[in-house]
Write a protein that binds this ligand. Structure first.
Ligand code: WT7
Length: 647
């Protein structure tokens, strides 16, 4: 039996969407998507309103995904220009710095508009044209949003790289899309520590494949010393100074690319997920308003970084297209102390709060006191994203953070989906702790078995989506075939999410986690293949296999099995060295939590590593290894199990 938290009548009486609305509009959205999305498209400002709404075929021989394909618009105009008349003096972004002792400040819609226009003009003056790629490697400061919007204004495709990635990862992403320009800052600040952003860019640009970069714009943020290599490197404030505060926007087709965002898959290097302008923006804006039950005077705070899709859709594009006030926080939950989130909520009277289960679990561990000493009265709705939220953390979030007053929206979606797909609507759908509940408008989830047979009723299977929605990614940048192969070949005629899922007797969806070789560490996707290739790049490593294992705070941790080259001696120092090596190669988010020496790896006779077995050993469940009869050398498993037991 699971708990049911019925819709709160007080919340429902004020809510945008009632239970009846949801039932009716969901039915319309799947019965007649054309009519539904034509109507929905009116929430954007178009130069040319679309007349062709949906043109989609998942048929592998006749594959296409197009939404609003004859429509024309500009994303920055929708986020800025059209807000000026009613909301010019309204706060668009409310900046809260890393340290509570530094000054927070608002950026109004008019200021954001002017800053965006100045940068857009500067980018044009530097030769950036429609369709060119611009990499953004920035701290969580308003200029990160300015950079994204300035690209959107001139039709340049931005590729934001999370500030926690190392030079190698920056270089891979720059090389893959051939960026012409990078926008970065001298340093970032997180939890009182400086992140050498510009130095990381310098190191990245020494690596092969990065010759496309002509210019690096450097925002002066901390004022820390950096090397400026002329004429490549330019100070941001110097290039925008003197630029006009107005900038003619590029007229974009709805299907013109808006951005690339790299994400890990189960194989190979990260994929450049490509999102286009019309469908993405519409879907981000619509879901943001509906899921957060947005009102004009809300102060909305999403704690994600703009380096992830959550930051793109629910700090920048969705909120700004809706004329909302979005808080932008540079810091971390535990600095200077464990009350930081709740103090920021009180300081800025935050009404809508959206964070990740990993943060909830980490804060939960510190007990109620750091929460209870703050008021949090301003809050009216809480959100969760990034990974399954365990019922225990859900209840703590609900009871302790929300004082049992605020509904929680557990939102399931992916970089690939552009926006929220399965989620409660707080005025319409009763909550169950741990379930993302029901699909958003236009979303048609289904569960399939290993053969692709659609399963009915209360059951468990692989989560697929039967039809397209406007926010769907359109391609893997530079490799359209990889897009089709990754998402549409596994279960033909459907989009495969990579997630396992259970559906209960009420039709509620419970995401159980990835069924592929992607590890979800603190809500961030890490491909096992990436960590493995980083490890084998070390001169002493012969072979490596990486799997996920359950981790109390992170959800999943990274467990690496390493075989050394002949003659190399294992030891604690080498463990440290290899862990540091992976951090240096990929970035701190890929830090292995556990490294086990493996004299050999369990393989099939054809040489395929049997990860299923490695996962069970990492979980410390050697009694659940399952069928080991196809192993080339069963002795390998025994030795790994006995080594694991010692730990
Ligand atoms: C994967 C996508 C969506 C933005 C942040 C992550 C997992 C995400 C939930 C949730 C259970 C979730 C899935 C998904 N996931 N949200 N509410 N409940 N699982 O984006 O890096 O593209 O990762 O995160 O496994 O496939 P992402």
């Amino acid at each position: 039996m699971t708990d049911l938290y019925p819709v709160d009548p007080a919340f429902a009486s004020q809510a945008r969407i009632s239970g009846e609305d949801y039932q009716r509009d969901y039915q319309t959205s799947v019965r007649d998507p054309e009519a539904f999305w034509k109507q929905a498209a009116q929430r954007l400002d178009w130069y040319k309103a679309p007349t062709r709404i949906k043109n989609v075929s998942y048929d592998l021989d006749d594959f296409r995904i197009r939404w609003f394909e004859d429509g024309e618009l500009n994303a920055s105009v929708n986020c800025l220009d059209r807000q000026l008349e009613k909301r010019g003096d309204k706060t668009a972004l409310l900046f809260e710095p890393d340290s509570p002792d530094a000054a927070s400040y608002p950026v109004t819609y008019r200021e954001l508009y002017e800053r965006t226009c100045r940068l857009a003009n500067a980018l044009r003056a530097l030769g950036v044209q429609k369709g060119d790629r611009v990499t953004i490697y920035m701290p969580m400061i308003p200029d990160a949003a300015v950079a994204m919007l300035a690209c959107a204004r001139i039709g340049a495709i931005h590729s934001v790289v999370f500030g926690g990635f190392a030079p190698n990862s920056i270089a891979d992403r720059v090389a893959d899309c051939g960026s012409k320009l990078i926008i970065t800052a001298d340093e970032g600040l997180r939890g009182g520590r400086k992140i050498p952003l510009k130095a990381n860019v310098d190191a990245a640009l020494k690596l092969p494949g990065t010759n496309s970069v002509e210019t690096v714009l450097v925002v002066r943020h901390t004022g820390g010393a950096v090397d400026m290599q002329m004429p490549r490197d330019r100070w941001f404030d110097a290039v925008v100074e003197g630029q006009p505060a107005e900038c003619e926007p590029e007229r974009m087709n709805a299907e013109d690319p808006l951005f690339i965002l790299y994400t890990s898959g189960s194989t190979g290097k990260p994929k450049g997920v490509l999102h286009t302008t019309g469908g993405y923006l519409l879907y981000a804006a619509y879901t943001h308003e509906a899921v957060f039950d947005l009102r004009e005077d809300d102060v909305y705070w999403c704690t994600a970084d703009v380096g992830w899709v959550t930051g793109h859709s629910y700090i920048v594009y969705g909120p700004l297209a809706n004329g909302a006030t979005a808080l932008m926080f540079e810091g971390v939950p535990n600095y200077p102390d464990m009350s930081r989130f709740w103090q920021v909520i009180d300081k800025h009277q935050v009404t809508l709060f959206y964070t990740a289960p990993t943060a909830i679990r980490a804060l939960m561990r510190e007990g109620e006191e750091p929460v209870k000493k703050t008021s949090r009265k301003s809050l009216r709705l809480l959100g969760s994203v990034g990974e399954p939220i365990n019922p225990e953390a859900w209840r703590w979030y609900y009871e302790v953070v929300g004082d049992s007053r605020c509904p929680i929206v557990d939102t399931w979606w992916q970089t690939e989906t552009g926006g929220i797909m399965i989620t409660p609507l707080a005025g319409a759908i009763a909550l169950k702790p741990g379930s993302a509940t029901l699909p958003f408008y236009g979303v048609q989830p289904a569960l399939v078995d290993a053969n692709g047979e659609v399963l009915e009723g209360a059951t468990e299977g692989n989560l697929v989506l039967l039809d397209s929605w406007p926010g769907q990614m359109r391609s893997v940048y530079g490799d359209h075939q990889r897009f089709i192969d990754t998402y549409f070949r596994t279960y033909p005629g459907t989009y495969f999410t990579g997630d396992g899922c259970r559906r209960d007797e009420d039709g509620y969806y419970w995401i159980t986690g990835r069924v592929d070789d992607v590890i979800n560490v603190s809500g961030h996707r890490i491909g096992t293949a990436e960590v493995e290739s980083a490890l084998v790049a070390h001169p002493k490593v012969a072979e490596a296999a990486v799997v996920g294992f359950p981790h109390d705070i992170k959800g999943q941790g990274i467990y690496a099995y390493v075989t050394l080259k002949a003659g190399e001696a294992p030891g604690d120092d080498l463990v440290k060295e290899l862990v540091a090596w992976v951090r240096k190669e990929i970035g701190p988010i890929a830090t292995p939590d556990h490294l086990q020496w493996a004299p050999g790896l369990p393989k099939t006779r054809s040489g395929k590593i049997m990860r299923r077995i490695l996962r069970k050993i990492a979980e410390n469940a050697p009694d659940q290894l399952g069928d080991t009869s196809t192993l080339a050398d069963p002795g390998v498993v025994d030795s790994l199990v006995s080594e694991r037991k010692v730990k």
